[in-house]
Design a protein around this ligand. Structure first.
Ligand SMILES: N[C@H](CCC[C@H](N)C(=O)O)C(=O)O
Length: 261
């Protein structure tokens, strides 16, 4: 038996995608997911996503981190899944789909995928830093020079802080570049390394930039390209009408013999 897969990437956050509408991919096999995501002995990706039928939605996305564990919401992965659904003919230019954190709307505008995120009701302040959930948990720290930072070491120190216990957190380091632009680097839980981009992390960083007075939409530079985040801020704190926008495309497709993974 062989597994057919597609490889997608959105601003450098890359995913093995499986069309699971008619198959039954053995995703509870953590070792299998992990080996497919391995960059030397597998296809190589930050995560694996199943696109599935759902009776009430255009489709359902099920996301696994590169370590093989079922993940929470993945913003770039969702944008890639929308592109994948479009290319499979599952949707046209708009989608309403189910992800780990519930329903999402999205639209395809040429090269760009715009994804509606859930409202964020509260942002916790921890010293000078912030902690919020944009579908996945994110710690946000503003720094002077993000390019010089050791994201792996400093990210791990926060990731494994006992405050976050087994659940852990993703960690985002943010530099303000101008009145409407930030640069974000993210240490990702489940990948346990820096990735080139993290959609829910970029969203979290842009919302914190909003709290610090930046107007929507916020342009976000990441190592793998550029995204944009639009939002409305409640007077009482919290955010609504949050949109993440950026490119997502197919890189290649192939098959993996199952006995070899
Ligand atoms: N890369 C993803 C985030 C995945 C979240 C995952 N790493 C976790 O929280 O465990 C994104 O684009 O939003």
């Amino acid at each position: 038996m062989a597994i057919s897969f597609y490889k997608y990437q959105g601003t450098g956050n890359d995913f093995v995608m499986v069309d699971n509408r008619k198959h039954n991919f053995p995703a509870d096999d953590e070792a299998l997911v992990k080996s497919l995501c391995d960059r030397r002995t597998g296809v190589g990706a930050d995560g694996l996503i199943l696109l599935q039928n759902h009776p009430d939605y255009d489709f359902e996305m099920v996301y696994y981190n590169a370590d093989g564990r079922v993940g929470s919401m993945c913003g770039n992965g969702a944008r890639c899944t929308v592109r994948f659904a479009r290319q499979l003919g599952v949707i046209e230019d708009v989608a309403c789909f189910l992800a780990a954190d519930g329903e999402h709307q999205a639209s395809v505008e040429r090269d760009l995928i715009q994804l509606k995120m859930h409202d964020v009701k509260e942002v916790e302040q921890i010293g000078e830093d912030f902690y919020l959930n944009t579908g996945s948990p994110h710690y946000v720290r503003f720094v002077e020079d993000v390019e010089l930072l050791d994201v792996y070491e400093e990210g791990r120190a926060i990731r494994y802080n006992e405050r976050f216990n087994e659940v852990g957190t993703n960690v985002n380091f943010v530099q303000r570049l101008s009145d409407n632009e930030i640069f974000v680097r993210t240490y990702e839980r489940g990948v346990e390394d820096e990735t080139l981009s993290c959609g829910t992390g970029v969203t979290a960083a842009a919302l914190v930039a909003g709290m610090k007075g930046m107007q929507s939409p916020v342009k976000v530079k990441v190592l793998g390209g550029e995204l944009q985040v639009a939002f409305e801020q409640h007077e009482t704190g919290g955010f609504k009408h949050i949109y993440l926008m950026g490119p997502a495309r197919q890189v290649f497709s192939g098959t993996v013999p199952l006995q070899q993974v």
